[in-house]
Design a protein around this ligand. Structure first.
Ligand code: TRH
Length: 396
């Protein structure tokens, strides 16, 4: 590919990140995290264009859903209404990111083409452990008619990908929180947990409606270990309601046998991290909570976002192949939880072997976290790549 001659821009200072909320909270969850990190840790002026402020407000209560433009944590948040908006050259940022191939407004692209030098344009892709990602990461894609090139940027689990999102202070914050019994107890008490619940084996539960939650509750209820399962309001609502015998509203809880199920409010993103750190095991889903569980260093089960024709099973297996190679018990429960195996799944047997192996799996989760940290963080890897493109040093 021929990279056109253009004035170099060694330190791009502004960035526009476009986020279309396709579903739930992961799209905005990831974009918000990245926006804050680029602003705070790399000194880049970030504008986050997002089309759904209501979902955004759920993970970030400071968001004013009626505001067209607001500054939150140093990030300029813009309400992205439609594709019709007009843009001039002066509106265009030095770096433009479209998340998950969301189409950015045509007028924005036209104005990008008029800029000299051209902005660095990236498509930030979804996370998968499949191997083909290494070959596609940072590949250029020239625009069919305009003098612009878009680059694919893939998060991932190896040093041949963009890595995972992780803030530079996160490790220190996690360690301090996990070392501080009083802070942990105070955090859990604030969420409404009783002393007995705090002392129990704590499991957070975040999954899609298809997860076999009833089967898992049944095993936990009839086991001999006191378990406190913490489910955010709206998650696994049917199973939680049937366990509680009443609507699953934040603050409600019930105990049957060895299991207490407690409904939590949906909490802001930084508190969700603390919840993952405070629990002994986490059930997570989608993309962002899945990554945060990896930083928590606790055993976790991933409920992958379902796709047509079970495409997600391939992605799940690709991840499990690297992550659970030495933990067959975690592997088996992960497959069952995602409906990959079948009706004959014996949840009691799977849980009992996993539980007996808990310390070893926790150790492995810590090793995995270390391994992932060695790939560098996604925001820094992205900034490095942008600087390479800006200085005209990309592969041709
Ligand atoms: O919500 P998710 O299912 O989101 C996504 C979307 O569905 C998206 O379209 C899809 O592409 C992607 O999954 C794979 O799951 P995820 O990714 O874990 O995002 C949840 C976000 O919500 C994450 O940033 C953590 C945050 N969160 C809170 O802030 N507070 C909470 O109480 C909880 C439970 C989550």
């Amino acid at each position: 590919m021929h990279v056109k001659e253009q004035p170099t821009r060694h330190k791009p200072g502004s960035l526009a990140l476009f986020c279309k909320v396709v579903d739930n909270y992961g799209d905005i969850g990831i974009c918000w995290r990245l926006a804050r990190q680029l602003q705070h840790e790399h000194g880049i002026r970030v504008s986050l264009w997002v089309d759904d402020l209501i979902s955004f407000q759920r993970i970030c209560p400071e968001v004013d859903i009626n505001s067209e433009s607001q500054l939150i944590a140093g990030v300029s948040v813009r309400h992205w209404h439609d594709q019709q908006a007009e843009f001039n050259v002066s509106d265009i940022a030095d770096i433009v990111i479209e998340f998950f191939a969301c189409d950015i407004p045509p007028a924005y692209i036209k104005a990008m083409a008029k800029c000299t030098p051209s902005p660095v344009w990236l498509n930030l892709e979804g996370l998968t452990a499949e191997q083909w990602v290494e070959g596609c990461h940072t590949l250029p894609s020239p625009h069919p008619s305009l003098p612009l090139t878009k680059y694919f940027f893939f998060p991932g689990f190896t040093n041949k990908t963009g890595g995972l999102l992780v803030e530079s202070a996160l490790e220190q914050q996690r360690q301090a929180f996990q070392d501080d019994v009083i802070a942990r107890q105070a955090f859990l008490a604030k969420l409404g947990l009783s002393l007995a619940e705090i002392d129990a084996l704590k499991i957070s539960l975040f999954c899609y409606p298809q997860a076999p939650v009833n089967a898992m509750f049944d095993v936990w209820q009839h086991g001999s270990t006191a378990i406190c399962c913490l489910a955010p309001e709206g998650v696994a609502a049917d199973a939680v309601k049937s366990f509680l015998g009443q609507d699953a509203i934040a603050g409600t809880s019930a105990t049957r046998g060895a299991l207490t199920v407690r409904v939590l409010p949906f909490i802001p993103q930084p508190d969700y991290d603390r919840l993952l750190w405070a629990c002994d095991m986490n059930f997570v889903r989608g993309e962002d909570s899945f990554v945060r569980a990896q930083w928590a260093g606790k055993p976790f089960i991933w409920h992958i976002y379902p796709q047509d024709e079970n495409l997600h099973h391939k992605k799940l297996k690709a991840f499990l192949q690297c992550h659970t190679a030495n933990t067959p018990d975690l592997h088996a429960l992960s497959l069952a939880w995602n409906g990959v195996t079948g009706h004959g799944d014996d949840y009691a047997a799977m849980w009992n072997t996993l539980h007996a192996d808990f310390d070893r799996i926790t150790g492995m989760s810590n090793d995995w976290r270390q391994q992932m940290l060695e790939n560098g963080d996604l925001a820094s890897n992205l900034v490095k790549f942008v600087n390479t493109v800006s200085s005209g040093e990309t592969k041709k």
